[in-house]
Design a binder for this molecule. Structure first.
Ligand code: NDP
Length: 297
């Protein structure tokens, strides 16, 4: 496909908050768009904007070479698509339903057995961001299929291909969500601490917490091992683990004193505490990643 080709027809199955946003982005970019949803009424506004409502799931699947699915979960996907799987032959199935790498791999095999090309995806955006430059969507699976439909997929947000193994997009998606929820947890703890002193939480969040979290991202390279060893950068940094562990102990002590639950923070910091003491000499924050990994059983 190149930029002069007419927009490829696309089917969107699943018109929840996210599926509707996906279909609207395809429509806005001029793609002939067919839509299907269990609760048919959710298609009304899209149909008013030019989408075609498929009366049946078979009609939906066979309407387009590119079939995008965005449902609650994988069991629902199979409940809907298993009965019409053979109709997918020769089409590209792009599954943007959130799931696990195992579910992605199983569904890739399922699709391949039915003669469909398969891409698994992870949407790193909320519905209002779809179609905006700050949205991005991860894809894994068939590289030729990604290349063929990249232009269409870019309508949803920047399309990022992360590898041929079907489970990779899901793995990266869940990893990024884990980082986000970890950040939310830390931010909630911060708000709880400050909230013990009748502070203006809205002002604290906007004027201090937000800028601080943004600034803290400069430390990310310290978490990454270089050439399989702990980064010298971490060991030589101005913020060595021993110093950080003192600060962390103070957070835990202050949490107790302010009557704020310290369990979350203490748990997160167990790996960091393993970095202190003489055996940890020369080790850095990057070692924390290895300490978090479970040993192979
Ligand atoms: P919604 O809850 O809004 O929509 C769920 C969709 O699944 C609807 O189309 C619903 O149909 C359908 N569905 C649920 N159960 C069944 C069933 N038993 N049979 C048939 N259809 C069913 O969720 P979202 O649209 O927000 O999310 C969809 C996917 O997008 C999820 O995997 C989510 O993780 C992912 N996502 C969502 C984001 C968000 O912010 N919303 C952000 C990033 C990813 P019906 O309308 O008939 O109920």
């Amino acid at each position: 496909m190149n930029e002069h080709d007419p927009p490829v027809p696309v089917t969107v199955i699943g018109l929840g908050a996210m599926g509707k946003a996906l279909a609207a982005a395809f429509l806005a970019a001029g793609h002939p768009t067919t839509v299907w949803n269990r609760s048919a009424g959710k298609a009304d506004s899209l149909v008013a904007d030019g989408a075609t409502r498929a009366a049946t799931i078979t009609e939906a699947v066979t309407a387009s070479p590119l079939v995008v699915v965005c449902l609650l979960d994988y069991p629902v996907l199979h409940e809907i698509l298993d009965p019409v799987g053979d109709a997918l032959a020769g089409r590209a199935l792009v599954n943007l339903t959130n799931g696990t790498p195992d579910q992605a791999r199983e569904t890739a095999t399922w699709a391949t057995e039915r003669g469909a090309d398969y891409l698994d995806g992870g949407i790193m955006a909320v519905p209002p961001m779809i179609g905006q430059p700050e949205a991005f969507v991860l894809y894994s699976g068939s590289r030729p299929v990604f290349d063929q439909y990249e232009q269409a997929l870019n309508r949803l947000g920047i399309a990022k291909y992360v590898g041929a193994a079907a489970g990779l997009a899901s793995l990266y998606d869940l990893a990024l969500l884990s980082a986000m929820y970890g950040q939310f947890a830390g931010a909630s703890h911060a708000l709880a601490l400050v909230g013990t002193e009748k502070a203006d939480l809205a002002d604290f969040a906007s004027s201090l917490l937000g800028p601080w979290l943004t600034a803290a991202t400069v430390a990310l390279p310290l978490l990454v091992q270089q050439n399989g060893t702990s980064t010298q950068a971490a060991a030589e940094s101005d913020s060595p683990p021993d110093m950080q562990t003192v600060a962390i102990a103070n957070i835990v002590t202050a949490s107790n004193a302010q009557n704020v639950d310290r369990a979350l923070l203490s748990h997160l910091l167990i790996p960091l505490r393993d970095l202190i003491g003489p055996p940890a000499h020369g080790r850095g924050l990057a070692d924390m990643v290895d300490l978090i990994k479970k040993p192979v059983e």
